[in-house]
Ligand binder design. Structure first.
Ligand code: GTP
Ligand code: MG
Length: 291
């Protein structure tokens, strides 16, 4: 049987459910999701392997007008995903207005291959609101196949997966067939810590923070991890640590539980908080952090 493989890349505004969709298609909680916007900062591959196919899915950061260097790097990651896509998924959420989504539509129109526009979160609105939304988006991007979706509750996810696999081009596998992602365990650990920061801290703290895993030592009985949380100001460091270290302990405990589920082992997590005022603007540092 001929082998099929291709890239299917997901783009959209922040918070529309791109990462939730990637996880749903993979059937695994691979990438972090969160009700706060700008959860995803990198292009992350999730690879779905079958005997005769390999579907390489890309999650990307939500499209925005960049305000600082890190956000510029995030938008470069989006634009890279438009270059190698065999099929483009444009994800929008029901209620979103096409006329306010020019940043997304402009990129979608430029892409020359097949496009699927998914209207997500249809579980969250009355059923009679869905059809008008589909019609609006079909008019905005006439060449796209427009489909309603609930990435969270699985509506149309299996159908979408079957469609994406069916239209893959004949091609050898791009990655070893036992790989689930292009990213390392250390990367996913840092993401899980960052996701807990999004949940636990208000306002600018999560957006000013970077997490770096310095060591990851796995033995049969336990995984020992040391990670730094890097923030931009002393005041933020104080908030992350909290009174008597309470907030940092809570972050450590919640992150540890998430990491334990991910690695399926006991975890010892040592978290340190550091200040680096310009990490979001400094090209060399951003590069070091994988942006
Ligand atoms: N009701 C409902 N909520 C959803 C659905 N899909 C995603 N969500 C929620 O929407 C929020 C954002 O989801 P994410 O997957 O993190 O969104 P994203 O597009 O990756 O966001 P960024 O990475 O910040 O750009 C989370 O709270 C999800 O649980 C859906 O189908 N229905
Ligand atoms: Mg995301």
């Amino acid at each position: 049987m001929a082998h099929k493989a291709g890239y299917v890349n997901i783009i959209g505004e922040p918070n529309v459910g791109k990462s939730t969709l990637l996880n749903a298609l993979l059937g695994e909680q691979l990438v972090i999701t969160n009700p706060k916007a700008q959860t995803t900062r990198h292009r992350i591959l999730g690879i779905l392997n079958g005997d005769d196919y390999q579907l390489v899915l890309s999650d990307t950061p939500g499209i925005l007008d960049p305000q600082y260097r890190m956000q510029e790097r995030m938008m470069s990651a989006v634009d890279e995903a438009l270059i190698d896509a065999d099929t483009l998924i444009v994800l929008v959420e029901v209620g979103q207005k096409p006329e306010r989504s020019e940043n997304v539509l402009r990129r979608a129109r430029r892409f020359e291959g097949p496009k699927v526009l998914l209207v997500n979160k249809v579980d969250a609105v009355p059923q009679e609101d869905v059809l008008p939304a589909l019609e609006l988006w079909q008019a905005a991007l006439p060449e796209a196949k427009v489909v309603p979706l609930s990435a969270l509750h699985g509506l149309n996810v299996e159908e979408l997966k079957a469609y994406l696999i069916a239209q893959l081009p004949e091609h050898p596998a791009y990655f070893p067939k036992d790989e689930l992602s292009d990213r390392s365990m250390r990367f996913f650990v840092s993401e899980m810590i960052r996701e807990k920061m999004l949940s636990l801290y208000k306002q600018e703290i999560p957006y000013s923070a970077q997490v770096v895993v310095n060591s990851f030592e796995e033995s049969e009985a336990i995984v020992r991890i040391q990670a730094d949380v890097i923030v931009m100001r002393e005041g933020q460091k104080g908030i992350v640590i909290g009174e008597g270290g309470k907030a940092l302990r809570r972050l450590g405990t919640e992150a540890r539980h998430a990491i334990e589920r991910f690695v399926d082992n006991k975890v010892f997590l040592d978290l340190k908080v550091k200040v680096d005022p310009d990490w979001r603007e400094d090209d060399r540092k951003l590069k070091g952090y994988g942006y």
